[in-house]
Each structure stands twice: as structure tokens, then as C-alpha cells.
Ligand binder design. Structure first.
Ligand SMILES: C[S@@+](CC[C@H](N)C(=O)[O-])C[C@H]1O[C@@H](n2cnc3c(N)ncnc32)[C@H](O)[C@@H]1O
Length: 292
């Protein structure tokens, strides 16, 4: 095991965050890995390469790779029905979504309304435009970027230096969403548990031509910034699948935790540096594991 190595990401092209193709702000977002992942995609056989994220969140890297023409299609999966609804609304009800953004009042009243929509939602596996839009509104106006437990930018009394609309960049958000709508035929969405998604992938894609980028919640303290539907046994079940050899191409990122070292001891493990929080510039070390 060689998990002491550091993967030097400065060797790979990096987009400025303002050039990112994803419309989301996501804690732990992995858009910064796009350059590295593009070099892994280049090693896949054939022309029509596929890229899949079982824990997609804001899918920072996926949308960059699609926009850069590195892959022909992307499969985005998230167990959180709110995240899934937001993607589904953007991809399949693009015009309606863009109209809502254009006419949005970005103030505390709207923020409370969006939060209430999310608190009262009863999706039971269904899609809802309203839940999707509310999720995205909260994502763009809250401190830590996603739904759980993070207050509005500027605080509840709006006395902070930055106000609630500080990150609601109507024009660039709309441009990104419009592009996503135009490319809907190449974007496949699911709302499944990651292990179910992986098991079903065999029937959906050619595994030989697909790179799976797997970015689960942290083993330790993974639950505050987004949904954590992972237990220790689920982390193990995921490892069993990735260890099975059924999936020839995958890249995995995790917190630097002994369980991860153990579960993936047969693979190359390297450290990477990530900006963990959207609020601070605190650097966390994560582990990147690779199938090849
Ligand atoms: C670390 S975030 C992914 C961030 C993403 N890579 C990005 O660039 O934005 C983990 C995501 O996994 C989702 N999630 C949590 N438990 C899950 C499970 N059991 N199956 C699928 N998704 C899950 C969460 O909703 C969250 O969006």
C-alpha cells in the first residue's frame, strides 16, 4: 500500500471556478479534478466514452468533461431526491427553470419559502419541479451550498458583509442551465442508492467504455453538508463491488481514513488536497484510489 504518495494536481489543466460548467455550488465539489479525470478518460477504448458518477451531487467534473467533448454522455446518480429533482428540472424542464431564475426575488422571504418546500416534501421516489427549484435556490443562497443545516449567506438578519444574493449569478447560472438543456440527450439521471446504481450499470452502459468517478460521503463526519446515506456496511459493500473486477475503470475519492486504507488495500492510493468547505479555505487531505 502506498497511500503516502501525493498526486500533484498542478500538473493537470485546471479551469477557473467561474468557467466551471456545473450550475451548482457544492461542498466537496470535484470540478477541480476534471483535468486529471480527462487523462484517465483518454485511456478508455473507442470513441464514444461514457462517464458515470454514482454520488453526483453538483457533478462538477462530469459536466466539465461533457462540455470539453471528452466524453459522449454522462450518467448522474444521487440518492438525495432533492438533488435528483434539481438535475431533472434543469435537464427536462429547462425553459420553466430558466423562467423561474429570471423572475426570482432573491430575499429572505423566498429563502424561507424554499426551505419550507424542502421540509414539507414527500417525494417517495417521485420527481418534483418545485422541490428541484427550491433545492437549487437554497444551494445558491446558503452558506455551505447545500440543503442541510446551513443558513443563508449574510445570516438570518442579513447583517453579514455578503448578502443572500451574493452568489446568485443569474446570467452565468442561466447560461450553464441552458447548455445542460440543449445537451439533455447525453445526460442520464437516476435517483438510486449508489450500490444499486452500480449493479444496474451493467445493463445500461458498456463497462469497458465507462469511467466511474465515485465520490461518497466521508466515512468520518460525512453527514453535515449533504445527505449521508452510507453506513460502515455500505462503505464495505461499495468496496466489494469495486474490488470485484466487474468495473474495469474507476476513480474513487474519500477522506483519509483507516477504513478506506483497508478496504482498498489492493489498489494504488494517493493523497490529494481539496477545499473542503465553501466558507473557508481550509485544506483537507483526501485519498484518491484508482482501479488501474
Ligand atoms: C461528496 S458529495 C459528491 C460531490 C460531487 N462529486 C461534486 O463534485 O459535486 C456526495 C453525494 O452523495 C450523495 N449520497 C449520499 N449517500 C448516498 C448513497 N447511498 N447513494 C448515492 N448517493 C448518495 C449525497 O446526496 C451527495 O450529493
Amino acid at each position: 500500500m502506498s497511500y503516502e504518495d501525493l498526486l500533484d494536481l498542478s500538473e493537470y489543466p485546471r479551469r477557473h471556478v467561474q468557467k466551471s460548467a456545473s450550475p451548482f455550488r457544492y461542498p466537496g465539489g470535484k470540478g477541480f479534478l476534471s483535468g486529471f479525470l480527462a487523462t484517465v478518460v483518454d485511456t478508455l477504448p473507442g470513441e464514444e466514452k461514457v462517464y458515470a458518477e454514482p454520488f453526483c451531487g453538483g457533478a462538477g467534473a462530469a459536466v466539465n468533461l461533457l462540455e470539453d467533448g471528452k466524453v459522449a454522455s454522462i450518467h448522474l446518480n444521487d440518492a438525495d431526491a432533492r438533488v435528483y429533482s434539481a438535475w431533472n428540472a434543469m435537464v427536462h424542464e429547462t425553459e420553466r427553470f430558466l423562467e423561474r431564475i429570471a423572475s426570482a426575488r432573491v430575499d429572505m422571504e423566498e429563502w424561507y419559502e424554499a426551505r419550507e418546500t424542502l421540509q414539507n416534501m414527500q417525494l417517495n421516489g417521485d420527481y418534483s419541479f418545485e422541490v428541484g427549484y427550491a433545492t437549487y435556490f437554497i444551494n445558491r443562497t446558503s452558506r455551505s451550498g447545500i440543503v442541510l443545516g446551513s443558513g443563508p449567506i449574510g445570516g438570518y438578519n442579513q447583517t453579514g458583509r455578503w448578502k443572500i444574493d451574493a452568489r446568485f449569478y443569474r446570467e452565468s447560472m442561466s447560461r450553464r442551465i441552458a447548455w445542460i438543456g440543449e445537451n439533455r440527450d447525453r445526460i442520464h439521471l437516476t435517483n438510486e442508492d449508489a450500490t444499486v446504481f452500480l449493479a444496474r450499470s451493467e445493463a445500461r452502459v458498456s463497462l469497458e467504455k465507462t469511467l466511474f468517478f465515485v465520490d461518497p460521503p466521508y466515512v468520518e463526519a460525512g453527514s453535515r453538508l449533504y445527505l449521508n446515506a452510507m453506513s460502515e456496511s455500505k462503505h464495505s459493500a461499495l468496496a466489494d463491488m469495486l474490488n470485484s473486477g466487474r468495473f474495469p475503470h474507476w476513480v474513487l475519492t474519500y477522506d483519509n481514513h483507516p477504513l478506506v486504507h483497508r478496504l482498498y488495500r489492493d489498489f494504488r492510493q494517493r493523497k490529494i488536497q481539496v477545499n473542503y468547505s465553501l466558507k473557508t479555505t481550509r485544506k483537507e487531505r483526501e485519498i484518491l484510489v484508482q482501479s488501474i
